[in-house]
Design a protein around this ligand. Structure first.
Ligand code: UDP
Ligand code: MN
Length: 365
C-alpha cells in the first residue's frame, strides 16, 4: 500500500488521469463481452426455426395444374415440408402398349423386338389384327389379336386403340401407368421411368406432346357431342411421340372407354384415336395435357435435338415429315444402310455392353 502511495506521489496529475481512464475503458469492454455471451445463451434456449427454400418454379414433384411464376423467395417457416407423395419407380407399375398390324410385323416389329423391347418385355403388349406364331413366340405371348380391321382407316385404328385400353383394364392390378407408343417409335424405357417417378399416379395425368403446336378447335356441326363433353379447343398427344396416362385418370376413363365406348367417341368427333384420347381427357374429364419436350415423333424435325441431349430423350421415331425423312439424330455406330431406322444405333448408345453392339459405342456422342 505504501509503495502504491509512493508511486502515485511520483506521478503528475496528467499521468494519473490517463491511467484511471484506461482502467475504465478496459472495465467497460469486459462488461460488454459478458452481456453478449448471456444474450447468445438466451438465443440457444429458444425453439429452432428452420429456414426452407420455397420452390416457386415448376415443382420437381408436380401437383395438378400448379403454375406459379413468382420469383424464388427465402422465408422462415416453423414446420417441416409435407412428405413427398408416394411415387412409382418400378418397371412393373408400367403397362406399355403398341398398336400394330400384319403389314408391319416384319418391317417394323423385328427391329423393335431386337432393341428397346428388351428393356421391358414383361410390360409391353402389342395389339394387332392377324395372328403370327413367330411373333407370339418372340413377344412371350404378348401379341393380342383383335377383331379389328387391318386397314389404316379411323375405324380400324380406333378399334385397336380401344383394345389397347381393354388389355390394360384386364391386367391393371398393380399398374400405375398406361403408356402408348406406335410401332415406329423408339421408347427409352429407363428415361421414361425416371420421368414418371416425378409424377404421382394417384393424381390425374395425361402426359405427352402435341405435334400441332396449338389446341385443336373442332367444329361439331352435324356431330353429336358425347355425353358430358364440353365443346372447347383441346390439346392431344400424338400417338407417334407416345403418351402416358396415370392410374387415377385411367380409372375415371374406364366407363367411357370399355364396351365400345372409345370407338363411339372416335365416331362422334370423326377424328383418329390419339385425337379422341385428347378429347376424352380434356373435354370430357377435364384433365389438360401435360406436355413434355423429351418426346419426339416423325412429325417434327428430330435433328433439332442437340447431340448432347439425345440420350436423355424418351421417344424418337422414324418416317416422313412431308417429303423429308426424319430420324433419331445420331451418326453411328451403325451405318444408315445397316440400320435405316437408327433403332440399333440408339440402343447400342444406351446399352454399350450388349454383346452385338460394336465396342467403344459409349464414346460416340
Ligand atoms: N397401324 C395399324 N394398321 C394400319 C396402319 C397403321 O395398326 O393399317 C398402326 C401402326 O402400326 C402404328 C400406328 O398405327 O403403330 C400409326 O401408323 P403409322 O406410323 O403408319 O402412321 P402415322 O400416324 O405415323 O402417319
Ligand atoms: Mn408413324
Amino acid at each position: 500500500m505504501r509503495s502504491i502511495r509512493r508511486f502515485c506521489r511520483r506521478l503528475s496529475w496528467l499521468q494519473l488521469i490517463v491511467l484511471v481512464s484506461g482502467a475504465v475503458v478496459v472495465g467497460l469492454n469486459v462488461l460488454k463481452f459478458r452481456q453478449n455471451n448471456e444474450a447468445r445463451d438466451r438465443d440457444r434456449a429458444k425453439p429452432v426455426f428452420e429456414v426452407h427454400h420455397l420452390e416457386t418454379e415448376k415443382p420437381r414433384i408436380p401437383t395438378a395444374k400448379r403454375v406459379d411464376s413468382r420469383p424464388t423467395k427465402w422465408i422462415r417457416v416453423t414446420q417441416q415440408a409435407a412428405p413427398a407423395p408416394k411415387r412409382d419407380k418400378s418397371l412393373d407399375s408400367l403397362h406399355i402398349s403398341i398398336k400394330t398390324g400384319l403389314v408391319y410385323h416384319q418391317s417394323r416389329l423385328s427391329v423393335l423386338l431386337e432393341t428397346w423391347f428388351n428393356d421391358a418385355p414383361e410390360q409391353t403388349y402389342f395389339i394387332t389384327d392377324t395372328n403370327d406364331e413367330t411373333l407370339q413366340q418372340k413377344t412371350g405371348d404378348h401379341l393380342i389379336v383383335s377383331k379389328c380391321g387391318s386397314s389404316h382407316s379411323r375405324a380400324s385404328l380406333c378399334c385397336k386403340a380401344e383394345q389397347e385400353f381393354e388389355v390394360f383394364y384386364q391386367r391393371k392390378e398393380n399398374k400405375r401407368w398406361f403408356c402408348h407408343v406406335d410401332d415406329d417409335t423408339y421408347l427409352n424405357v429407363p428415361e421414361l421411368l425416371k420421368m414418371l417417378s416425378k409424377y404421382d399416379s394417384s393424381i390425374d395425368y395425361y402426359i405427352g406432346k402435341s405435334s400441332i403446336g396449338r389446341p385443336l378447335d373442332i367444329s361439331l356441326v352435324g356431330k353429336a357431342l358425347p355425353e358430358g363433353a364440353v365443346h372447347k379447343p383441346f390439346w392431344f398427344a400424338t400417338g407417334g411421340a407416345g403418351y402416358c396416362i396415370s392410374r387415377s385418370l385411367l380409372d375415371r376413363m374406364e366407363s367411357h372407354i370399355r364396351n365400345g365406348g372409345f370407338v363411339s367417341i372416335c365416331d362422334s368427333i370423326r377424328l383418329p384415336d390419339d385425337v379422341a384420347v385428347g378429347f376424352l381427357s380434356e373435354c370430357i374429364l377435364g384433365t389438360t395435357l401435360t406436355q413434355l419436350s423429351v418426346l419426339h415423333s416423325h412429325l417434327e424435325m428430330q435433328s433439332r435435338v442437340h447431340k448432347s441431349d439425345v440420350k436423355s430423350q424418351i421417344t424418337f421415331s422414324y418416317g416422313k415429315l412431308g417429303t423429308w425423312d426424319t430420324l433419331i439424330p445420331i451418326d453411328g455406330p451403325f451405318s444408315q444402310e445397316k440400320d435405316p431406322t437408327r433403332f440399333k444405333s440408339f440402343y447400342c448408345l444406351l446399352h454399350p455392353k450388349v454383346p452385338w453392339c460394336p465396342p467403344y459405342t459409349e464414346n460416340l456422342l
